[in-house]
Design a protein around this ligand. Structure first.
Ligand code: ADP
Ligand code: ZN
Ligand code: ZN
Length: 708
């Protein structure tokens, strides 16, 4: 007698089978059990999904294959985990199989049950760290205490609006500590946006917890780990040894059977939204997961979620309005930097605007800024200058004909990198050596146009040539961007150099504006942030404001000599309200203004959006597919409650010889949009099969897209 099981397996994004297949088994297996099953000629990992029918059914005459093995020793994935995965698949319009299998560590797919058994037995080494030194908790500031008191006594979700350097991390540490002391099984998940930020966080959490709770009590999860490390962390979390999981967005799917606390640090960061596969928002799933884990839980056993940022997303800000206005989150405030005495040590930097319309045209670094940098160098302090464009120059141009360094495969220019004399496409990677003469007319007069970090570094070197450090040695300039940090370990090495004081001026992209705790930087400058002020993306201003606030937050975090740190901004629009709010460090008024504009224009968070993207050999086919699916949408549920905009080419229309188009779907109701998308999915699939869709390469839906 056999039991019939439905098993979730890896399936392509839009395949007709959602990923649930039937298999038979001699054993009755609980939902969530990990199994090996035959699929075509292969064998693959699967998760038993539905409860087996109570009566074993007769399988005579039905071609249902038996499962090939069970991963005994790994407890079944619990109902909450399965619900989280189902929800994510349906909300983000992907197949269950794709989402479920992507949420498991890749190595689990390749190991036989015997190999897994061996892994489970193997002794653990835990995180590299100094387990011997237990760092005790700091005495909380009044603001931190109040935040923790409310966090522990109210229900949440919570949005912690705390200035950079206000001690948010200490709040996470103590919230986790209280939880672990109170509940001997409880687990906490702490997420950060970028891998680069995990080592710092790992250090702080290991120092605090490993001594008391053991080496396996703190584990990490991010894509920079080897498959073996990822499996090990995953197993530790799944089996409950790991009490604290630190990770990037993928960690939201970790199996944590006794999850009681989720922290989303820098909750506004776009990296929480996945840009491939299922385009999920780990922040939004974290909020959903905390509700899910709390359902039916006894008081004191619920799962709390804390989103935190110095510049929250408009969505979270909106959700944390007063309850009377419809807010659903509790807003917690920590406006002061730790140790801040008015205007003195630890205070927020003064913001200085340089009106570039008063400077000679083509000025890169205005004289007052240059002078301020020079003064810092002479005093032995550091400056950080950021420019959001890497390479030497974004375009190379011929002086006598129209030639520009276009990429032959993309609708974009190739960037000039002087260091290795290449032209590189930042979209498809196509790279060539810089031509000696214009490829079109042969003229030798080809020159860089515009400027990236490489050129800025060079330019600064020329401008600061006469300036000396206090010990009389020449100034030292370093650059940190995706190019300078390509090699493994390069970033850590470069950051260490900055920390050691060997660098006077640090040039870089937004990479340096995020999270890093630079102690001796007393000047931060954004030399050309204007692009975002008039962007067609309605979120550009929000992103710019948060980037500048974060960058400003790098300055003078530990300015022990009491120097006043400064944030310099060069702009052609010195009167812009964004800069006025920034000058006052007034996120709240900036956010209110943004939300008012969004409400008037019925944009998120006052409406809900999805984007359908199509890629094809020709723009006609890509747009034609979207157009046809749009026309055929009329019969879909809730069609009347959504707006379908006409298909348009994407802002970078062609990448690697693939034409790309997109179409926006919008609704005033999230529920209506979801119902429509669910029904429309089949229409899109059918449209794809039409002869007119010949040449279509792929299509995908992005729910709650971050970039339009
Ligand atoms: P945030 O995460 O809000 O930017 P951090 O948690 O990194 O801030 O704290 C900033 C600095 O202040 C860190 O060096 C931290 O060790 C220190 N700090 C935090 N809380 C306290 C406290 N209660 N007493 C003393 N120092 C603190
Ligand atoms: Zn030419
Ligand atoms: Zn290209």
């Amino acid at each position: 007698m056999s039991t019939c099981l439905s098993v979730v397996v890896q399936t392509p994004a839009h395949s007709a089978i959602a990923g649930l297949l039937s298999y038979q088994s001699e054993l009755s297996l609980a939902p969530g059990t990990l199994v090996r099953v035959p699929l075509g000629k292969r064998e693959t990992l699967g998760v038993v999904w539905d409860a087996a029918p109570t009566d074993a059914i007769s399988l005579a005459g039905v071609d249902i294959r038996p499962i090939s093995g069970v991963l005994h020793g790994i407890e079944p994935l619990n109902a909450h985990w399965r619900q989280l995965v189902s929800f994510a698949a349906s909300y983000y319009q992907r197949s269950l199989g794709e989402v479920a299998l992507a949420a498991l560590p890749p190595q689990l797919r390749d190991l036989t049950p015997t190999q897994v058994g061996r892994r489970l037995k193997r002794g653990s080494t835990g995180l590299a760290g100094d387990a011997a030194s237990v760092v005790v908790a700091q005495t909380l500031t009044a603001e931190q205490s109040e935040v923790l008191r409310r966090f522990n006594s109210e229900a949440g979700p919570f949005l912690l609006f705390g200035a950079t350097g206000s001690g948010k991390t200490e709040v996470y540490l103590q919230a986790a500590q209280e939880l672990l002391e109170r509940n001997p099984a409880a687990q906490a998940l702490v997420m950060v946006p970028e891998i680069n930020l995990t080592p710092q966080l790992e250090r702080r959490f290991s120092e605090r917890f490993v001594g008391q709770y053991g080496e396996d009590s703190v584990v990490s999860m991010h894509s920079g780990m080897t498959p073996a490390q990822r499996l090990k962390s995953w197993l530790a979390a799944h089996q409950g040894q790991a009490r604290i999981v630190l990770g990037t967005r993928m960690a939201v799917f970790a199996s944590l059977p006794t999850l009681r606390l989720i922290v989303v640090d820098e909750e506004h960061d776009p990296s929480y939204k996945s840009q491939e596969g299922a385009r999920y928002s780990a922040r939004d799933l974290a909020v959903y997961r905390s509700q899910l884990e709390s359902e039916g839980a006894a008081p004191g056993q619920t799962c709390r979620v804390l989103l935190a940022s110095a510049t929250p997303s408009m969505e979270s800000w909106h959700h944390s309005r007063a309850a009377a206005l419809g807010g659903r989150y509790q807003r917690l405030l920590m406006p002061s930097r730790v140790g801040a005495a008015a205007g003195g040590v630890g205070a927020l930097p003064a913001v200085r605007l340089v009106d570039m319309s008063l400077q000679p045209k083509k000025t890169v670094l205005s004289p007052p800024l240059l002078e301020a940098i020079g003064q810092r160098i002479a005093r032995g302090e550091q400056s950080m200058i950021f420019l959001n464009r890497r390479g030497y120059a974004p375009v190379l141009q011929c002086g006598s004909c129209d030639w520009k360094s276009e990429c032959p495969h993309c609708s974009a220019y190739r960037v000039f990198h002087k260091i290795d004399r290449t032209l590189r496409c930042h979209h498809c990677g196509f790279t060539e050596r810089v031509p000696r003469a214009c490829p079109s007319c042969g003229d030798l007069d080809i020159a860089p146009v515009g400027r990236g970090t490489e050129r800025l570094e060079e330019h600064l070197g020329e401008l600061l040539v006469g300036i000396q450090r206090p010990d009389g040695t020449p100034v030292s300039i370093a650059r940190i961007d995706a190019d300078s940090t390509r090699l493994k370990g390069a970033l850590q090495q470069q950051l260490a150099q900055v920390h050691s004081g060997a660098v006077d001026v640090l040039v870089g992209t937004q990479m340096i504006a995020k999270g890093h705790d630079f102690r001796n930087i007393t000047l931060v400058a954004a030399i050309n942030p204007d692009g975002a002020l008039f962007s067609c993306d309605f979120r550009a201003a929000e992103r710019l404001f948060s980037l500048l606030m974060q960058a400003a937050g790098r300055a003078g975090r530990d300015a022990t000599q009491g120097q006043q740190s400064e944030m310099w901004i060069q702009t052609l629009h010195a009167k812009h309200s964004l800069f006025a709010a920034l000058k006052r460090h007034d996120f709240a008024s900036f956010a209110e203004q943004q939300l008012k504009e969004r409400e008037q224009a019925a944009m998120p968070p006052f409406s809900f959006q999805a984007l359908v993207r199509a890629e094809a050999r020709s723009q006609d086919v890509a747009q034609g597919f979207l157009q046809a699916a749009s026309v055929a949408a009329a019969d879909v549920a809730d069609f009347a409650r959504v707006t379908l905009y006409p298909p348009v080419p994407m802002s970078i229309q062609r990448v690697a010889n693939v034409e790309r188009a997109q179409m926006l779907v919008e609704s005033a109701s999230r529920v209506a949009l979801q119902r429509f998308l669910a029904g429309w999915h089949n229409v899109l699939q059918d449209t794809r099969r039409l002869p007119t869709s010949k040449g279509l390469i792929r299509w995908a839906v992005d729910v709650d897209p971050l970039a339009i």
